[in-house]
Design a binder for this molecule. Structure first.
Ligand SMILES: Cc1cc2nc3c(=O)[nH]c(=O)nc-3n(C[C@H](O)[C@H](O)[C@H](O)COP(=O)(O)O)c2cc1C
Length: 158
């Protein structure tokens, strides 16, 4: 089983993705993590999905808050992608300017665009949970090029 997972990882490394920071507010505190499993799902109703590892702390807070925002990162926010994937939660928002979207989830200043979502369905996805979000708000904030994740490295589309 372990070997099959590693093979899957190796194959998926050949598939480039955008990079997002998924945020939420729970009991008046902000939480967030770097996510590339973000996908648009439906236009009517407007739905997106993210897949979050059940073992992660973030899984619990997204599950409990029932809301999340997807912050789409520009190429100049690589450091933030690394921070939200590695630093302790209490350090992730340090020094960042944010505003609250409709659900209360924080939007990070300088991102390309955001989607603000209410969790309307949860599906088991092996060691992950698929959180389907109904998009209640969203906006494009800049026309900067996106950050791209490919083969465990970050790139920019010119
Ligand atoms: C580029 C990138 C994409 C990631 N995408 C996901 C993802 O889609 N789902 C997930 O559960 N973890 C993902 N992670 C891992 C989490 O960001 C990482 O485990 C984070 O530290 C979790 O925070 P927490 O332990 O405070 O919950 C990704 C990491 C990187 C670097």
């Amino acid at each position: 089983m372990q070997i099959i997972g590693e093979v899957l990882k190796g194959i998926m490394r050949n598939y480039p993705t955008g990079v997002t920071i998924v945020t939420t507010k729970y009991e008046n505190k902000y939480y967030g993590l770097t996510v590339n499993s973000f996908t648009s799902l439906s236009l009517d109703p407007p739905l997106v999905l993210i897949a979050i590892d059940k073992k992660l702390f973030s899984h619990g807070v997204i599950d409990k808050s029932g809301v999340y925002a997807v912050n789409i990162l520009p190429s100049d926010m690589k450091d933030l992608a690394i921070r939200f994937a590695t630093a302790p939660q209490e350090e992730r928002f340090k020094g960042l300017k944010v505003f609250e979207a409709k659900t209360g989830s924080p939007i990070i200043e300088g991102v390309i665009a955001y989607l603000d979502c209410k969790v309307v369905a949860k599906y088991p996805g092996g060691d992950h949970t698929i959180f389907v979000g109904e998009v209640v708000d969203g906006n494009i904030l800049s026309n900067k090029p996106p950050l791209v994740y490919y083969n465990r490295n970050y790139y920019s589309i010119p």
